[in-house]
Design a protein around this ligand. Sequence first.
Ligand code: PHE
Length: 477
Amino acid sequence: MSGHNVWTHKGTFLLAAVGSAVGLGNLWRFPYLTGENGGGAFILIYALTIFAVGIPILIAETMLGRTSRQSPIMGMRHLTKTHKTSRAWESIGWLGAASAFLILSFYSVIAGWALHYTWLMLTGSLVGADAATISAGFDALLASPGLMTLYHTLFIAFSALIVGMGIHKGIESGLRIMMPALFVILIVVLIYGVINGDVRAAASFLFTFNIADLSLEGWLQAMGQSFFTLSLGMGAIMAYGAYMSSEASLTRTAIAVAFVDTAVAMVAGLAIFSLVFGAGLETGQGPGLMFVTLPLAFADMPFGALVGGVFFILVLGAAISSSISLIEPVAAFLVERFDMTRPQAVTIMVVAAWAMGLLTVVSFNIWAEGTIFHALFGRSAFEFIELLTNIFMPLGGLMIALFAGWALTQSEVMKELGTNITWFKTWRFLVRFVGPAAVSFVFLRTIPQVEGYVVPTLGALLIVGVFALSQRLRKSA
Ligand code: PHE
């Protein structure tokens, strides 16, 4: 797909952006991070970032894509020229490509777990199983690098196939059915949780805000998660924005994406924690949370094998629609810059991310401890990659906000936003000051907490950022 392509329908961007946003981040990552970080306090920071920072930056990122109508790297290169700003801003595109690559590498491994559970559900293997059997089964999956690699390979290959074919055919119509279906099944699981679990305990865990419960690294994780779940700050939204019709409303679209995305996360969290408290399981059990609690519910539920099977298929669908948006920005860049064919570009991105994904695979078994990552950064390779994305995405978002807020001209932005001057001024204030201040605040708060070589790395990144900022941003006429 070249840079001048536009989605076939005015509303497709919304669909694609929701497809990108709603994924493992909502169903798997949000509940487990909330559980590990003490509940309500985590959600408070998460929600504040979504609304005060996420929505304005979502608008900014879409805008950069739509005005440049190119892949993020080439688009930023183009915008730095037309706006006579420093070329350093092109790093928005490069940083985004790095994030996309890192995220895809572990995203595909986790989605592979969902593949495993789809199989277990549909074959009825877990019908009537108890908590101990189910968590032992999950541990057995984690202990097997071979099995995990197999699923990882299947998932990433399938995503590659879809992006390679171009995203118009399968995805546009697929999403129209899958997203509503996912929501319906989630509500079914929630109702089951309310009847058979402990929804009161879940609600008080999720909505009791005690900021002291949140560790310093928890702040970074909450902010990172709010960028992650909106697919923000790494080029996915910019790449999709490049195909967005000029008539669709940026503001309304961004609010709709954030709203649906948050709703899915909240329903998933409420359902999962009702079951967790009902069955007396641990809230802080980490990445396995969804994969242990939900099969337990399905094991007992009438028609559980079927409901569970459908549920995990929809999880896979949500994951695929997100993973294609991770492949798209990098693939589009390779096509534009090196004149590759689309399949070639997709293959390069996916093979590299697949290989990187093996690090996540082994982080759960043979490299679970005692590796160079533990020695240098005090965590496994998977946790280190996650930490990097928690830093890269807000940093990318910060730079996007600054560029859109300071470099784009008023008339340009007004034309893109298509709203009145009051909203323009509000938005510009949010991306010029509020977003950057909030992101910097969380960074500064958490830097001393993040061990090892992360600090110098972050320091180096900040210096690059400051260098970029110090270049005078001249406005084009
Ligand atoms: N937003 C996706 C999710 O919540 C993950 C994602 C991040 C997708 C960044 C694309 C880009 O699962």
